[in-house]
Design a protein around this ligand. Structure first.
Ligand SMILES: Nc1ncnc2c1ncn2[C@@H]1O[C@H](COP(=O)(O)OP(=O)(O)OP(=O)(O)O)[C@@H](O)[C@H]1O
Ligand SMILES: Cc1ncc(COP(=O)(O)O)c(N)n1
Length: 301
């Protein structure tokens, strides 16, 4: 890092409602003290209620964005979100080796149930998975990547995450947000580059405002990765940030569907009790990382 804020790139689609896609990514980068940049892959017409249309950016223009940007600025990390088509996925793959700390959130279906990736792109996404440093599929995406059924319990999610690792993926964070567990917690499975498994568990927030949680988590990992140390520490800090943003989501009261999380919970200048903790701590100083680390359980191999 040369300046006070690491340059971090989001390669993703646009969500006009501001809760997911590049908008969520830029808010997350800013909230965590990174300098955010974007390469836009698609425009969506979308609200908290759902997606009504998708307008893909021409492949040649995505290349133009990459070439122009990378000639000037070397990102310190990047996240990949919505890609939409096989053609776009292959173009992004060509640039994968040019960016360190590259995280792929293999976005397939929005929280609203609308499709964001063509069926024909799955083969190209599987290939891209082997070219990045970390993938962050949810329960459904993990199953699609393996061409199997979604995990019904944590043990199955662990097996599937390990299977992805065995297929040549460097690191896997299989997210358990969509999985009901007896302990009522949201538990993700992390497989590191040695194949070791760690469970990352946080209290489940009772809210329907989960629009963009996957985007927020992957962009928080990207924002923190140039500074936080090893991948496990980075992911733990990112998940702690998302937990705070989710806990404050209801207070935002945005839209009539599944609303966004509060990306700026740590900055909010209100005495609301849900955000009081962030307030007491005050804003972050440049380069400072403040995290609320939650429960982590190591899993024997
Ligand atoms: N209600 C919740 N409370 C706490 N954490 C949650 C909750 N829902 C999801 N998470 C966490 O949010 C992150 C995103 O998980 P999820 O499985 O929902 O991914 P996703 O499906 O890609 O997200 P999205 O819903 O944005 O598509 C994970 O770390 C997960 O554990
Ligand atoms: C442009 C864009 N990218 C990603 C998502 C996924 O987010 P979610 O699953 O929370 O709707 C989205 N809805 N829109």
């Amino acid at each position: 890092m040369t300046g006070v804020a690491p340059e971090v790139l989001s390669i993703a689609g646009s969500d006009p409602s501001g809760g997911a896609g590049i908008q969520a990514d830029l808010k997350t980068f800013s909230a965590l003290g990174a300098y955010g940049m974007t390469i836009i892959t698609a425009l969506t017409a979308q609200s908290t209620r759902g997606v009504t249309a998708i307008h893909p950016v021409p492949v040649s223009f995505v290349r133009e964005q990459f070439d122009t940007l990378l000639e000037d600025i070397q990102p310190k990390a990047a996240k990949i979100g919505m890609l939409g088509s096989a053609e776009l996925t292959r173009v992004v793959s060509e640039y994968a080796s040019k960016v360190p700390n590259l995280i792929l959130d293999p976005v397939m279906v929005a929280t609203s149930g609308d499709r964001l990736l063509e069926e024909s792109a799955i083969v190209a996404v599987r290939d891209l998975c082997t070219r990045v440093d970390l993938i962050t599929p949810n329960r459904y995406e993990t199953a699609v990547l393996l061409d199997t059924n979604p995990a019904r319990c944590l043990d199955e999610l662990i097996d599937q995450a390990l299977e992805l690792f065995e297929h040549g993926v460097s690191r896997v964070l299989a997210k358990g947000g969509h999985m009901e567990t007896a302990d009522g917690r949201a538990t993700d499975v992390f497989v590191d580059d040695l194949g070791d498994v760690t469970l990352l568990s946080s209290p489940r927030v009772n809210t329907r405002n989960t629009h963009g949680t996957g985007c927020t988590l992957s962009s928080a990992i990207a924002a923190l990765s140039p500074r936080a140390g090893d991948w496990l520490t980075t992911i733990r800090k990112a998940k702690a940030y998302l937990g705070e943003a989710l806990a404050a989501a209801d207070a935002l009261e945005i839209g009539h569907g599944s609303g966004p999380v509060d990306h700026f919970v740590r900055w909010r200048s209100t005495a609301d009790s849900t955000v009081a903790k962030g307030l007491q701590q005050g804003p972050l100083k440049p380069g400072e990382l403040r995290v609320d680390e939650r429960v982590e359980i190591s899993w024997p191999r």
